[in-house]
Write a new protein. Structure first.
Length: 84
């Protein structure tokens, strides 16, 4: 078995962090409230992890991305910075 490391050009672990924070604030949600709404969709991201995502210090999975988009009413393309 080969032991592989995550190789990135910088310390960022995702590209959605800054836009996630913008969308969350526009929705008037705290990190805790966003966490609670995600839980109703069986997506378990605690408040501290949402903070890490917003700071680009935590990786986001595809199903987490879709749940975040649904709750915040934004497209995946927008969160990924592909749309204005």
């Amino acid at each position: 078995m080969v032991n592989m490391k995550l190789v990135l050009d910088n310390d960022n672990r995702n590209i959605i962090g800054p836009r996630l924070k913008v969308a969350r604030l526009k929705s008037n949600l705290t990190q805790q409230q966003l966490s609670a709404r995600l839980e109703t969709m069986a997506v378990y991201i605690d408040r501290a992890s949402i903070s890490k995502i917003e700071q680009q210090r935590r990786i986001v999975t595809d199903f987490e991305l879709l749940a975040l988009c649904q709750i915040l009413k934004v497209s995946p393309g927008w969160l990924l910075g592909l749309e204005k």
